[in-house]
Write a protein that binds this ligand. Structure first.
Ligand code: ADP
Length: 481
């Protein structure tokens, strides 16, 4: 099942949204992790460092007041030594509950053991001092010195461990930060690449069938009605394509019907028309000098109009045959110059009557062309005839032939009214007449250029017109060798 344009767009946007959300969530989670680590450092190691400082201060304080405490022998609650000792225990307990590694716990355990030691020394000395004033003070002093030095040493070790942990954590954070940054950049880049890729494919899947449709529409405008539009596309465009095929089929049938109609009618008209024209000519001859002026004029009009109608019917028949691919061509290698000359000679009476100068020129040596002489002469007659027909009195018509890459190019340039831009291609369609300023549409049939186009096409050549309204026209055709 093909997805509709809406679902394609929705899926594309959802995928891109999901990618963006994934990258953002990852970045947020990482930030959160870093924050937790920071908090941890602050909560554990920083507090441990503070506690270590308090413990060291407290032991020093106890050392300072221990003599006073021992000699008074009557420790009161306000005794500075007792207060410091209480502080020491409180900090030691807190530090023990904060200690997060076995090493730190071991250090604190040792601090505790040494401190117990210190406390028992104090108690013992207090007791001994009470009984015997002249006890061995020196020994106790030394012992207390040693124990407190050990306590301070163990506290230093604890501090060392804390700093070590802080530095490890910071290092880990740094490394994790670097890898998280690389990962986020990578994810962002892949999101951009993937997003661009997805938009490209979605746009292409919509754009491609549309382009084909536009091309086909262009063909229809040139009367090519092939209903073979079978494109893989979203359902909306597929429906348009189906309607398009249906329309092409109907147009084709209509076109065929029209061609058949014209060909039958013109065929049926040809013979009676020829008989009528011949009849008029015979009558005119029979009358000789006898008829009245009016009768002669009427007979001339009859013969002229008969000629015009026969011309029209012939053109219609020719075009029908060409369109149906039934026209037979007699190809032979020949030179173009005599044909150009002949077409100019044929039109020269009309050109002279309109005081139009016709100039023919060949640039360089023209190669001989594989062509049907009669048909190419018909092309030249139509183009030169149109040029003279549309150019006002006193104008100029130039026919130029020159060799081009693998062929010959012939251009017929006039100083006529020119053709509006929007009509440059349609005048090659049958019955199309560009309504140029000051010209009556009734002057022609609109078949001449359609025939020209068919003939040139059968010669594998090309024909086109370059013109600007008010600046004359140049009809150009190229025939391959
Ligand atoms: P017709 O000349 O019988 O009308 P054609 O097919 O020969 O039919 O020409 C189609 C239309 O193209 C003409 O009606 C005219 O509007 C335009 N056209 C052709 N040749 C010229 C020209 N040399 N200058 C201006 N318009 C021209």
């Amino acid at each position: 099942m093909k997805l509709t344009i809406l679902s394609r767009l929705m899926i594309g946007y959802l995928i891109m949204l999901a990618l963006v959300i994934t990258v953002s969530t990852y970045a947020i989670l990482k930030l959160h992790e870093f924050n937790t680590e920071n908090q941890y450092i602050l909560k554990i190691d920083n507090s441990l460092l503070n506690h270590k400082k308090e413990l060291a201060d407290s032991i020093l304080m106890q050392r300072q007041y221990e003599d006073e405490h021992i000699t008074t022998g009557n420790p009161s609650q306000s005794d500075a030594f007792i207060l410091a000792a209480r502080e020491f225990r409180k900090y030691l307990n807190e530090a023990s509950s904060l200690a997060d590694t076995p090493k730190k716990r071991a250090s604190l355990g040792k601090v505790k053991a040494y401190y117990e030691n210190y406390q028992s020394l104090i108690e013992e000395e207090t007791r001994v001092a009470r009984i015997n004033q002249s006890y061995d003070r020196k020994w106790y002093k030394q012992e207390k010195e040693n124990v407190s030095a050990e306590i301070l040493k163990k506290l230093e070790t604890l501090e060392g461990y804390s700093w070590q942990d802080i530095s490890n954590r910071l290092k880990m954070l740094g490394e994790a930060g670097v890898s998280a940054r690389s990962l986020v950049i990578l994810m962002a880049l892949s999101t951009i690449v993937l997003g661009t890729g997805i938009s490209f494919f979605i746009t292409r899947s919509i754009n491609k069938p549309l382009t084909i449709l536009v091309e086909k529409t262009g063909e229809v405008s040139q009367s090519i009605f092939e209903s073979d539009l079978n494109i893989s596309s979203p359902p909306e465009i597929k429906r348009v394509a189906e309607a398009f095929n249906l329309m092409c089929g109907k147009l084709k049938a209509l076109d065929k019907m029209k061609s058949d109609f014209f060909s039958t009618v013109s065929h049926e008209l040809r013979m009676p028309l020829i008989s009528m024209r011949e009849g008029a000519n015979l009558l005119s001859e029979d009358l000789g000098g006898l008829g009245t002026e009016k009768q002669k004029r009427l007979l001339t009009i009859l013969a002229e109009e008969g000629d015009r109608l026969i011309g029209l019917v012939n053109s219609l028949l020719d075009l029908s045959k060409m369109e149906a691919g039934m026209m037979t061509y007699d190809f032979q290698r020949a030179s173009l110059e005599p044909l150009i000359e002949q077409s100019i000679n044929e039109i020269s009476p009309l050109a002279e009557a309109k005081r139009i100068v016709i100039e023919a020129k060949a640039e360089g040596r023209l190669p001989r062309i594989e062509m049907d002489i009669e048909r190419i002469l018909q092309v030249l007659r139509n183009l030169v005839g149109n040029a003279v027909k549309f150019t006002p009195e006193g104008g100029e018509v130039r026919v130029l032939a020159r060799p081009v890459h693998q062929g010959v190019e012939v251009s017929v340039t006039d100083t006529g009214p020119g053709i509006p831009r929007e009509n440059l291609t349609i005048i090659f369609n049958k019955f199309e007449q560009a309504s140029a300023v000051g010209l009556s549409r009734a002057k022609g049939t609109g078949l001449g250029l359609a025939i020209v186009k068919q003939i040139i096409k059968s010669h594998r050549g090309e024909v086109w017109v370059e013109s600007k309204q008010g600046e004359g026209s140049r009809f150009i055709f190229v025939l391959p060798v």
